[in-house]
Design a binder for this molecule. Sequence first.
Ligand code: NAP
Length: 282
Amino acid sequence: MTVIIDGRACAEKILENIKIKTSKLNKKPGLSVILVGENPASKVYVKNKEKKAIEAGFNSNVYRLPENTSKLELLNLIDKLNNEDNTDGILLQLPLPKHLNPSDFLDKIDPKKDVDGFHPINSGKLLNNEKPYVIPCTPKGIIRLLDEYNIEIAEKNAVVIGRSNIVGKPVSMLLLNKNATVTIAHSKTKNLIDVVKQADIIVSATGISNIITKDMVKEGAAVIDVGIIRGEDGKLKGDVDFNNIKDIAGFITPVPGGVGPMTIAMLMENTLELHLLRNNLC
Ligand code: NAP
C-alpha cells in the first residue's frame, strides 16, 4: 500500500521542537527577510515565513523594498544586516526584479548568516561533503522527510529531475553524500521515461505539471514532488500525476502538504542553528 508522506505533520513536529528550544534561550534568534518588489507569490511566501518565525519565538524583521531599488541600496542593506547583532539569518527572497542579478547579492551575505545556504562557501562545502553552516531549506526538508519515513537512501538509485541551484543540484549532492547513485535529469535529457524508471527515489523539481507519469514510476518507488504550480482553477499542484501514481509508488508526497511545509520548517531550523553557532552554543 502506498504511504502518503505527511509533510505538514512532520513540519509541525519540527516547529514545536524549535519553539521549545527557543524558549530556553537567553536571546531570541533573529531572521531578517528582504523582499524587493511586488511579486505576488513572493509576498505570500514572505508573509508565511514571517508568521512562522514569530510563532517560533524569533525576532522577525521583513524589509519590503520598492521595485526600483538600486543595486547599491540592496548591497547597503545586506551589509547593515551582516553587521547587526540581532540578525542571525538573512534571506533574500528570489526572484529579484529583472534589473537586479541574484549572484551580485547572494555571495555578499555573511556565510554564517546565509540562512538559505546559497552562498558559494556553503554550496562549496556541500559539494566537498563537508558540513556547511546550513543546508539549503528545500533539499534539507526532502532528506528529512525520507529519513522520517525510514526510506533507505544508501545504495539506492535516485533520479532528480531539475538542476537548479536552489533545489536540483543541492538535493542531488545530499543524496550522493548519503551514498545514493544519483542521476540528474533536465530539459535536455533524452528518454526521460527510461531514466526515471530506474529510480528507487524520484525527486521532481521542474514546475511542469504532470511531467512525472505512471509509466515512469517503478513499483514501490519513493516519489518526492517539489513542484508548485497554480492551476487554472486556482488550486496548487505539483509535477507528479498524483492520482495515477499513488497506487504504484511506495511513498509519495502530496502538493500541497508535502515538501512545501518542510521548506519553511527548515528555514526556522537553519535560523536557530545559525543563532547557536554565532553564540557558541553548539
Ligand atoms: P527552475 O530553476 O525553473 O528549474 C527547473 C528545472 O526543471 C531546470 O533544471 C530545467 O532544466 C528542468 N526542466 C524543465 N523542463 C524539463 C523537462 N521537460 N524535462 C526535464 N527537466 C526539465 O525551478 P526551481 O527553482 O528548481 O523550482 C522547481 C519547482 O519547484 C517550481 O515549481 C518551484 O515553484 C518549486 N519549488 C518548490 C519549493 C517548495 O518548497 N516546495 C521550493 C523551491 C521550488 P534546464 O536546467 O535544462 O532548463
